[in-house]
Design a binder for this molecule. Structure first.
Ligand SMILES: [Mg+2]
Length: 179
């Protein structure tokens, strides 16, 4: 049985779209278009104001629910491994669990507060890990984990690349068929 680890933000959900729209339309953060560019203090202000809303309302990436359901039916074990919760905002875990339930996102287990995800992957004996962040995947090189970079990628990288969830499905189908 394949054990698949998956990130949430910008992998399952389209978090940055919503966050950056909120940012652009808030006069308090005038001139900023990407929340990653905020100073530390502005970033905290931004999260205090919007994090609950973002966690409850970020859009799902296309086809993610169908593909997770498909992988579950194929016998895969699905572990969500997320950095969410690392900053100790009090509602993050409950917001996330409620959101996943409300949107019928299939998973077997969820692990919060993992900015570095390697240890959780090793503990959970993850075979395949999917994340939008290359630095997260880079840690997993030479650890016997198949890494899939989710989303557009112009750089040449040593991970498999899936632009969308149908491509994730194709990559994993190929792995299952070659087992
Ligand atoms: Mg992410």
């Amino acid at each position: 049985m394949l054990r698949i680890g998956i990130d949430i933000d910008n992998t399952i959900t389209n978090t940055s779209n919503l966050a950056n729209n909120l940012l652009k339309n808030d006069i308090n953060f005038n001139g900023y278009f990407d929340y990653h560019n905020l100073s530390k203090s502005s970033y905290i202000l931004f999260l205090n104001k919007y994090l609950d809303y973002i966690e409850c309302n970020a859009g799902l990436n296309k086809d993610v629910c169908e593909v997770l359901e498909y992988l579950h039916n194929k016998g895969c074990y699905i572990v969500i491994i997320t950095a969410r919760g690392s900053m100790n905002f009090k509602n993050t875990e409950i917001n996330t669990i409620n959101y996943l339930a409300k949107n019928k996102v299939y998973y077997d287990k969820i692990i919060f507060k993992q900015e570095s995800k390697l240890q959780a992957c090793l503990d959970e004996q993850i075979d395949i890990f999917i994340d939008d962040k290359i630095t997260v995947l880079d840690e997993m090189i030479n650890k016997n984990i198949i890494t899939i970079k989710f989303g557009d990628c112009v750089k040449k990288i040593s991970h498999k690349i899936a632009k969308n969830w149908l491509e994730v499905k194709n990559i994993i189908d190929t792995i299952i068929n070659n087992e």
